[in-house]
Design a protein around this ligand. Structure first.
Ligand SMILES: NC(=O)c1ccc[n+]([C@@H]2O[C@H](COP(=O)([O-])OP(=O)(O)OC[C@H]3O[C@@H](n4cnc5c(N)ncnc54)[C@H](O)[C@@H]3O)[C@@H](O)[C@H]2O)c1
Length: 408
């Protein structure tokens, strides 16, 4: 048990943060959630809501207490703005670790308009910088565990297995070859992804200059919704995004199948992405907390993904499972039509992660959740309402054959 250790979960009301907070609490950590509830406000802005009926954060933690006898504290503050409150909280709690989920995390939302681009940059960069600056000013030796994305490596074909954060390169120095290790070159494909690559630079600096101990988790696309803990009581249910901006691809397909909407493939569906089930996300965070880098060690980077799939193959799999129709829409994103993606994830495997694969029957569980709450689905919000450039048309009809590229 970890009864004496405080852990702060920044963004602990969100899709990954809530089940992680419950897992860490069940493992004996004293968990404090910090969240400004901005994600719930964005639901109001977009005119949609989680497919699953999520309760207020106060009610959620009250029911957790009733079910387990364990207390989770909640502090409502904006980490991008309320710097002094954040610093004072760190001084007060002296946390062993801080898990940082508190960012605007949808690539499509970040591309919606200049206002959304600026909000995403202001929120994510100021938030991450405030966290690092507050750790240093507090004088507390906190291990920061940040949720980054596989998207920082870019979604072109690298022609190699993507390493975990650092790349071995040979450089010619005055005619002699030298082998050196450098941070993998950043290759963002959206404003959101750009903020994650900038986060990495902030980590590099604060680690080098102030010795902050940091683990950056390059996470794949998360699918699924339930964990052992969220299943303990209906009020503990996790959020489930399905609409065009926040719905992640596999979860979107599963809801589309459950509500009788065609599966929405963008372009030719040739995009290959890395995936992880939400139950593995919470395991990985727990493993990362218990395996911090040593003082003075460089930023530790793990690829937090368990398998890769091409989007059209995922659609075929969901269609086979549910008989859903598959349709191809003009791709609202500016991205490679087809890409290969091969990744390393040895570090978590060595730490004992036993991955949940797509083949393990949990797709059916997600379809059941989606079917149970299908009446809450707003069909108007399924198709994308954000695009990477103004010259990309919004396609409301789709077609039965793959769409040609709009952008070069
Ligand atoms: N969901 C995925 O598939 C996925 C994949 C890769 C990486 N990630 C990363 O994991 C993290 C969490 O993702 P998620 O899906 O849980 O997102 P989410 O939007 O559901 O949760 C983020 C939480 O952070 C809070 N928040 C945002 N800005 C804040 C601020 N300035 N101050 C305080 N609270 C703030 C929001 O209110 C929300 O509760 C993100 O950083 C995201 O980039 C997620």
């Amino acid at each position: 048990m970890n009864d004496s250790a405080n852990v702060i979960v920044l963004g602990g009301d969100g899709f990954c943060g809530w089940p992680t907070s419950l897992r860490l609490s069940s493992e004996g950590y004293n968990v404090t959630i910090v969240d400004n509830l901005s994600r719930r406000k964005i639901d109001v802005e977009l005119g949609c809501r989680s497919l699953t009926p999520i309760e207020t954060i106060e009610r959620r933690i009250q029911v957790w207490q009733e079910q387990t006898g364990r207390t989770i504290n909640f502090v409502n503050l904006n980490i991008a703005e309320d710097y002094h409150q954040l610093r004072d909280l760190i001084v007060e709690l002296q946390p062993q670790a801080m898990v940082h989920f508190a960012e605007q995390r949808a690539a499509p939302y970040s591309m919606k308009s200049p206002k959304h681009k600026r909000y995403t940059v202001d929120n994510n960069i100021n938030g991450t910088h405030n966290v690092l600056c507050a750790i240093v000013e507090s004088g507390v030796d906190v291990h920061l565990v940040h949720l980054g994305t596989m998207g920082v490596y870019g979604y072109g074909t690298a022609g190699m297995t993507i390493p975990e954060g650092y790349l071995n390169v040979k450089v010619d120095i005055e005619g002699t070859d030298h082998q050196i290790e450098i941070p993998y070159p950043p290759h963002p494909g959206s404003i959101y992804h750009m903020t994650k690559t900038l986060d990495a630079l902030l980590f590099y600096y604060y680690n080098k200059n102030d010795g902050v101990r940091i683990t950056d988790l390059h996470q794949g696309v998360v699918w699924g919704t339930n964990t052992e803990e969220t299943l303990m009581h209906p009020t503990l249910i996790n959020r489930f995004d399905y609409e065009g901006d926040y719905g992640t691809v596999l979860n979107r397909f599963l809801v589309q199948a459950a509500v009788g909407h065609p599966l929405t493939i963008y372009g030719q569906g040739g995009q290959t992405r890395a995936f992880i089930h939400i139950r593995d996300t919470v395991c990985c965070i727990s493993l990362a907390i218990t395996n911090p880098p040593a003082k003075g060690e460089r930023v530790q980077i793990f690829n937090q993904a368990t398998e890769t799939h091409r989007v059209r193959d995922l659609a075929a799999l969901v269609s086979q499972l549910t008989d859903a129709e598959v349709r191809y829409y003009v791709n609202p994103r500016n991205e490679a039509l087809e890409n290969e993606l091969v990744i390393r994830n040895d570090k978590f495997m060595r730490l004992g992660l036993n991955p949940i694969r797509l083949s393990e029957g949990l797709l059916g569980e997600v379809v059941d959740v989606a079917a149970k709450y299908r009446d809450r689905c707003n069909m108007e919000k399924i198709l994308p309402s954000s695009r990477w450039r103004e010259d990309i048309p919004f396609d409301r009809e789709g077609s039965s054959a793959p769409q040609q590229a709009v952008l070069a």
